[in-house]
Design a protein around this ligand. Structure first.
Ligand code: NAD
Ligand code: FES
Length: 287
């Protein structure tokens, strides 16, 4: 059992949980993730480790409430337990001094971006950060990202904060200003990573993306997380989750991510019948 230190909202349907997991806290590196099983017989949820404190043995996780398991986890309180945490898993990010690194985070993808951008800053890179979200209230970790960035720009789809537009518009602006990044790291919705990678490919900029396919075991045994990279099948949990953004078959990943959508909807409907007070929260849009 893993004790919850806190589990609090940081944006609409986005929660920040700090949990005691000393062995994970000691071993994890930027880019690693864990599989969280919130309660006995619960679903296995893959989550990137956003930060850790080896001294007090805690790890920080940020998750979006999207399905029954994450809604259930979102109801857990300080002092309660998480049933199992497996990890650290996945290949850590390759961190070195590249020069100028542009870190692009879309929505809740800002959470897995943070430890990587921080690692790049600590390795002596100049970090230029682009944060994008649908609206102001969905921007997360702005202060934390600002602290580790030489330059940070916020863009929102509706223009409620920062500039109005998508993260690709922000990248276009940087390129037009004459910036020649040595590396772009993009994490967010698959469609966002697809279009960032298209733009960087056209501009000859090396690009890393972090994929989040459906995962089950997280150890390379079940095949659930298979993705196509450079025409070859890879398992995101052991070969990734980071890959060369120019080689990923994004359309295949988007199709695979939709495979269980109907079952997920039915499961949420059943959950909402048990918790009618949560119905409008579960099925509502951002406030
Ligand atoms: P969202 O849909 O609100 O998009 C966030 C930002 O991405 C937008 O504000 C925009 O700037 C950019 N974006 C979206 N579509 C784009 C397009 N077609 N072209 C260019 N830019 C585009 O994001 P959200 O709801 O916070 O994110 C949820 C998604 O992120 C889920 O699908 C989730 O699975 C995924 N996610 C991915 C990772 C990962 O490791 N890759 C981690 C967490 C979440
Ligand atoms: Fe099973 Fe990757 S999650 S092989």
């Amino acid at each position: 059992m893993y004790k919850i230190i806190f589990n609090r909202p940081i944006a609409y349907k986005v929660k920040h949980m700090r949990v005691k997991a000393p062995f994970v806290a000691w071993k994890r590196k930027p880019g690693n993730f864990v599989i969280v099983i919130s309660e006995e017989n619960g679903e296995r949820i893959p989550l990137t480790i956003v930060d850790s404190n080896p001294n007090d043995g805690t790890i920080d996780l940020i998750y979006q409430e999207v399905g029954t398991s994450t809604y259930r986890m979102g109801r857990k309180k300080e002092g309660e337990d998480i049933y199992r945490i497996v990890g650290p898993l996945g290949k850590p990010t390759h961190i070195e001094k590249f020069g100028t690194v542009v870190a692009i985070g879309g929505g809740v993808g800002i959470a897995p971006l943070f430890p990587i951008a921080k690692g790049m800053m600590e390795a002596g890179n100049r970090v230029v950060t682009i944060l994008g979200a649908r609206t102001k209230k969905l921007i997360i970790l702005e202060k934390e990202m600002r602290d580790i960035s030489d330059d940070l720009r916020v863009w929102t789809d509706d223009g409620s904060y920062g500039k109005k537009g998508l993260v690709t518009h922000a990248l276009q602006e940087l390129i037009e200003e004459g910036l020649r990044p040595d590396l772009v790291i993009a994490i967010g919705p698959t469609i966002m990573m697809k279009f960032v990678a298209k733009m960087t490919k056209e501009n000859g900029i090396k690009t890393l993306v972090s994929l989040n396919p459906i995962m089950v075991d997280g150890t390379g045994m079940c095949g659930a997380c298979r993705v196509i990279v450079g025409g070859k099948v890879k398992f995101a949990c052991v070969d990734g989750p980071e890959f060369d953004g120019h080689l990923v078959d994004y359309d295949n990943l988007i199709l695979r991510l939709k495979a269980y959508r109907e079952y997920e909807r039915e499961s949420l409907e059943r959950f909402a019948r048990f918790y009618p007070q949560l119905r409008s929260y579960i099925f509502g849009g951002e406030k």
